[in-house]
Write a protein that binds this ligand. Structure first.
Ligand code: DMJ
Length: 811
């Protein structure tokens, strides 16, 4: 329905804009349309601009830098692998001397439907590698898998699918698949370790021989688990299941290393399983593991992968999610581990959209937008809260303190998520974001020979580098944002983008062929998988034997932690001091009013009855500025840089003139965590209420503490009369009578989130009373009585410290 109306509107706007062209054209910029109406003409213009940026950069690469891996866009020379120093892993991990830019860019040309160019580039790849990848380069297995192997596979799919515009038919001999097989065979020995987890690097010519310990000892979980995606595609295309079996075993093994909270560590030793970083989150080192769990579930129609996604996403929502971002937390305690987020986490909203979680995606993506507003790009790392006192610092010192990593190499993640959100909502808000980024690319990032990132966001110093993902991802997603009718959007092929934006799909015929004809017979891999599986069994039996006498669940009995700013025990106080960010105030007093611009009675606005949902109906569009005002600091040189969502022209056309912004609340919010052994189960009712029949598993409930006349999370003033009607007496015990006058309460609690899910103003949580007490030993032997920590009044409200939580009912 939404699509239908929107298309109708766009047609309408198109005609209106035609009428207006004579006077509204922006002739000074050589365009014959009125910008920010997003008419077909305007979108074509944007698409062409993206294409020009792409082709200019690619042509320069081919002319100047080919057959090396990259082109330096400012100095206009090739960026090569560091042949002199094989230990320079920062350079050499992705530059295998295998024309990275050319191969990674192949499918962007396919997405442009440019068959001639596609054919020319495929032939060039074929000519370049007559002997496959017999190159003496030690490279990163994961990076090579996503940038080279995935690109070859995806381009092969385009070349061989008659339904695609760039289908090559007789002009193609399968050379890309041959190369993919050759490369896959060179990478796969990385999985021949005693654990079945891959070492991070391998030499394309000599394999594992001669690799020094420092090159192979630490691998991150994304790199350990994710090759499964591209390698399974390779199996599907060849019927040789060894690629799938070896890499899928590694994926499953990685997942088995999660903590009780279902949180994965960031990196470990693939030979010993020793964990190097017990931190979990959604950013660098770990990002794609979630991505490939969900995308793999869809592409391969795989329920087990979906469960991995489901459980890991639930764990992230419980343990790492804050309203606007996912923080890095300790994998065993879920305590906040770092005060920063990194740029790569901007991909997550795209994944949430794939999961159908549009509201959550909207929130997370706005964080990236505000970062772009502030820094003109997404800093590699940004402190969302200060990690040291900031008082007395001048602007440049402040910017320095809040950007632990200060570069932006034109990564795609923000534009990728913007693209997904536009596909899901059709809100012009996202087209505006794209138009803004496109303008930035042309004016701030374009250099003599290509697109260059920013080396130092603090000063705006450009970076003389164009990584291959700029052409394969950043520009592809930007183009697709403006190309509603691209064949990718019209197909029934269930196309899924790889983490490198390489489109992947499996036809029904191929799927059947693989399930009928798959084989697994290469001795070295068959023997190896037998060996690691036997090892697993042996270890499991040993563990079971040892655990017979121990009480497994003693550690997670009852409530583990209750965070409260008052009445803390000294021990709790110490924890609080050490990890104060975990229970930091989420909201600070203050008002957020849109006052920076005037409303124009514009003639387009009178004619075009369209508005952006996000701009007009999302009441928290400006909350981020308020919450993160301490660390969202604009560098001086960007003082006059536009805040894209209130760009005057966009706002005039797409706001209804009634855009609202809820003032920030004056209340204090805290999280309480209830951990009980067992499996988390719950029921979301149609109206958004939550029904809990058991309390097993982990619940993280955010409670807002509201005093009379406070402004609450939803923008309401708490009227005094409400408080006098509430009962604070625990009907199960006498203990609350001593606390004071039972006829009124000094403040109340209200639940605003549960396990990362937002509750609306009218939502309640209903808990089965029986879930509060367990007299029986169960799932590991724990008995509990949650009433020791809570209470219950006669109106069935749950009481915390004898204070009613007004929307949690025990029945
Ligand atoms: C790309 O190679 C891929 O998107 C990967 O998943 C993360 N890093 C870069 C882009 O930032």
């Amino acid at each position: 329905m939404v699509w239908y109306y929107t298309e109708l509107y766009l047609v309408l706007i198109y005609f209106i804009s035609l009428l207006d062209i004579a006077t509204a054209s922006d002739h000074s910029r050589g365009q014959d349309f009125a910008p920010y109406h997003f008419t077909d003409k305007e979108l074509i213009y944007y698409r062409n601009e993206v294409k020009s940026l792409f082709y200019e950069s690619l042509d320069n690469y081919l002319e100047i830098a080919y057959p090396f891996d990259e082109l330096l866009p400012i100095s206009c020379v090739a960026k090569k692998r560091n042949f002199d120093d094989p230990g320079d892993i920062i350079t050499n991990d992705v530059l295998g001397n295998f024309t990275t830019t050319l191969i990674d860019a192949l499918t962007t040309v396919a997405v442009f439907n440019d068959r001639d160019k596609f054919k020319e580039l495929v032939n060039l790849v074929k000519e370049t590698f007559p002997n496959g990848f017999a190159i003496d380069s030690t490279i990163q297995v994961f990076e090579t898998t996503i940038r080279i192997l995935g690109s070859l596979i995806s381009a092969h799919l385009y070349a061989t699918d008659p339904s695609k515009k760039v289908f090559l038919g007789d002009d193609y001999d399968g050379c890309l698949l041959d190369l993919a097989i050759d490369l896959g065979d060179r990478l796969l020995p990385a999985f021949l370790t005693n654990t079945g987890l891959p070492v991070p690097r391998i030499n394309l010519l000599t394999g594992l021989n001669g690799l020094t310990m420092d090159l192979v000892q630490e691998n991150n979980v994304a790199a350990l688990g994710c090759p499964m995606f591209e390698f399974t595609m390779l199996s599907v295309l060849t019927n040789d299941a060894k690629y799938e079996i070896m890499t899928r075993y590694a994926f499953d093994k990685v997942w088995s290393l999660r903590s009780d909270l279902d949180l994965l560590p960031m990196s470990l030793n693939p030979q010993t399983l020793a964990v190097y970083t017990q931190i979990s989150g959604i950013g660098a080192s770990i990002d794609s593991i979630y991505e490939y769990a969900l995308k793999g579930a869809i592409l391969f129609d795989d329920q087990d992968l979906y469960e991995v996604w489901h459980d890991s996403y639930t764990a992230l929502n419980i343990n790492s999610k804050q309203d606007w971002l996912y923080a890095n937390v300790h994998q065993y305690t879920s305590m906040l581990a770092t005060p920063w987020i990194d740029s790569l986490s901007a991909f997550f909203p795209g994944l949430q959209v794939l999961n159908g979680d549009i509201e959550a995606a909207t929130y997370q993506n706005l964080m990236s937008l505000k970062l772009w507003d502030t820094y003109g790009g997404i800093p590699e790392r940004w402190n969302f809260q200060p990690d040291c006192p900031l008082q007395g610092l001048n602007n440049s010192e402040l910017v320095d303190k809040v950007l632990p990593l200060e570069w932006y190499p034109l990564r795609p993640e923000f534009i990728e998520s913007t693209y997904y959100l536009f596909r899901a909502t059709n809100d012009p808000f996202y087209l505006n974001t794209g138009a803004h980024i496109l303008k930035d690319l042309k004016t701030r990032f374009k250099q003599k020979c290509g697109l260059a990132g920013i080396q130092d966001i603090r000063t705006g110093e450009p970076q003389d580098r164009m990584e291959s993902f700029v052409l394969s991802e950043t520009l592809k997603y930007l183009f697709l944002l403006f190309d509603d009718k691209n064949e990718i959007h019209k197909t029934r092929d269930n196309i899924i983008f790889s983490t490198e934006a390489q489109p992947m799909w499996i036809s029904t015929e191929l799927k059947h062929r693989y399930s009928r004809n798959r084989y697994f017979n290469e001795t070295i891999y068959v023997d190896h998988i037998r060996y690691v599986v036997d090892e697993d069994k042996r270890k499991l039996e040993k563990e079971l034997k040892n655990s017979k006498n121990s009480k497994q669940f003693d550690l997670v009995k009852g409530i583990k932690r209750i965070y409260n700013e008052e009445a803390m025990s000294p021990a709790m106080q110490q924890i609080h001091d050490r990890f104060k960010y975990q229970i930091s105030e989420y909201y600070k007093p203050g008002m957020c009013v849109i006052s920076n611009f005037t409303q124009h009675k514009d003639r387009y606005q009178n004619k075009v009855m369209l508005s952006s949902n996000l701009l007009n109906n999302f009441s928290k569009l400006f909350e981020i500025e308020n919450i993160y005002n301490e660390t969202l600091i604009k560098p001086d040189y960007l003082k006059y840089y536009d805040q894209m969502e209130i760009n005057d022209q966009f706002y005039k056309i797409w706001s209804s003139g009634k855009a609202i912004s809820t003032p920030s609340s004056s209340t204090f919010s805290m999280d309480i965590v209830i951990d009980l052994p067992g499996k988390l189960r719950w029921n979301m009712l149609g109206n958004g209420d939550i029904q809990l029949d058991t309390m097993y598993g982990r619940r993280k409930i955010r409670l807002e503490k509201i005093y009379p006349n406070d402004l609450d999370t939803y923008g309401n003033y708490a009227e005094e009369t409400v408080f006098s009607r509430l009962d604070r007496n625990d009907i199960r015990s006498e203990r609350c009578i001593e606390v004071g006058n039972n006829t009124s309460v000094p403040y109340i609690y209200r639940a605003t989130r549960i396990n990362g899910i937002f509750l609306s103003e009218s939502n309640n949580i209903y808990i089965n009373k029986k879930a509060f007490i367990s007299d029986e030993a169960h799932e590991g032997g724990a008995k509990f009585n949650l009433f020791d920590n809570f209470g219950l009044n006669k109106d069935h409200h749950l009481l915390l410290e004898c204070i009613p939580i007004v929307n949690i009912f025990l029945e």
